[in-house]
Design a protein around this ligand. Structure first.
Ligand SMILES: *Cc1c(COP(=O)(O)O)cnc(C)c1O
Length: 368
């Protein structure tokens, strides 16, 4: 194996296929693929292109800077950004056709008076239970009336109303759905006719048909991972897009009793062959997985020994003939026999989302 020392190989065909699959499952007229946080760590531009090739007709990002990067890279698809700096200047984003997610009365006014040349399109993000950044229910009537007024004056157009589910339980999601419906009714009463009503992310798109409305927002599923604890990606017909790999940097045999890595949390019970793998927590490999993680080298999975360090970790390769330069795969498609991002999440006490999104900047993304 040759190539960059640290590499996240990104299977763009898998992203396209996952999007096509989820779009078919949801059956909605529109599908947005969420490419925030550098495309969940996969590379935002490449992920966006693959998503569009797979049938997405919208892209979603958290903030304006993410949207502007995609536009600067030539991505022309409809795009929405929904989490803003309190002092955000919306003008540049509006002028390149980015829809603004609006969560406060002040944001609505800021959009209306942004000075943009283009007519702004807004999508209201309403609070329906998560207690995060949606427009508060007590603000709905007045803000919707104000938006209708601004729409009549030509200052902006309201394209959508959206919210987000907690996935806490079917009952909690049903409550959120009911709350969302009342927001839609109030918007209508105020004279708004939002063409995009959307509530479901990947989990809702799959398990909450009533939450699908006009568009689903696909994040984790587009990257081939499952949002559920009780069903893996392949149960859902998805293929993980990211393979995190490197090459063995050193091999040594240590004597019985030798301590391994900081704090000697593991000591060799007998003479042991160890492979040094040059990926660490600075690259997003969770230190919390020390002591339970496994790495694939030379056709088999082997346990990580001792603490995962900033740049490196140590693997006990047993009797497997491992040589310097051999490929080491931390995670990828479990169908290939390598550990999955789900397993790393379990080893680290977190979720697969965190495993892929935290892969660091030293790791080269290689589209395949
Ligand atoms: C991140 C995000 C999504 C995507 O969620 P997944 O669970 O990854 O599908 C959808 N909608 C909003 C508002 C988000 O912030």
């Amino acid at each position: 194996m040759s190539g960059p020392l640290r590499e996240a190989v990104v299977d763009l065909g898998a992203i396209s296929a996952n999007v096509a699959r989820l779009r078919a499952v949801a059956g909605t007229p529109h599908a947005m693929v969420v490419v925030k946080a550098n495309g969940y760590g996969h590379g935002a531009v490449a992920a966006a292109e693959a998503a569009l090739a797979g049938g997405a007709d919208w892209l979603g990002v958290a903030d304006l800077a993410e949207a502007l990067v995609l536009r600067a890279e030539g991505i022309r698809a409809p795009m929405l950004a929904w989490l803003h700096d309190p002092e955000a200047d919306f003008r540049a984003a509006i002028d390149v056709g980015v829809d603004i997610g609006v969560s406060t009365p002040a944001q609505l006014e800021a959009v209306a008076s942004s000075g943009a040349r283009a007519r702004p399109h807004v999508q209201f993000k309403v609070e329906t239970g998560l207690s995060r950044n949606g427009l508060a229910p007590e603000d709905w009537p007045a803000v919707f009336r104000r938006a209708a007024e601004l729409e009549r004056s030509g200052a902006l157009a309201v394209r959508g109303v959206m919210s987000h589910l907690s996935n806490a339980s079917p009952e909690d999601d049903a409550d959120a759905l009911e709350s969302f419906r009342s927001a839609l009714a109030l918007a209508e009463e105020a004279g708004l006719r939002p063409e995009l009503r959307h509530l479901a992310a990947t989990a809702g798109a799959i398990r909450r048909p009533a939450a699908r409305f006009d568009l689903v927002r696909l994040g984790i599923g587009a990257y081939g991972l499952s949002p559920f604890a009780d069903e893996a990606g392949d149960d859902l017909g998805l293929r993980p897009a990211m393979t995190l790999r490197t090459r063995v940097a050193a091999v040594r045999t240590v004597a019985a009793g030798a301590g391994v890595s900081y704090d000697y949390t593991w000591r060799a019970p007998a003479a042991t062959r160890l492979a040094l793998v040059p990926l660490g927590y600075a690259d997003g490999v969770p230190r919390a997985a020390s002591g339970s993680a496994e790495v694939w080298i030379a056709g088999a999975r082997h346990p990580v020994r001792g603490r995962i360090a900033m740049d490196q970790l140590v693997v006990d390769v047993g009797d497997t003939p491992v040589a310097v330069g051999d490929e080491a795969v931390l995670f990828g498609d479990p169908a290939a026999g390598v550990p999955s991002a789900d397993e790393w999440a379990e080893w680290a006490g977190t979720i697969n989302y965190e495993i892929v999104t935290r892969i660091g900047p030293r790791v080269q993304r290689t589209p395949r």
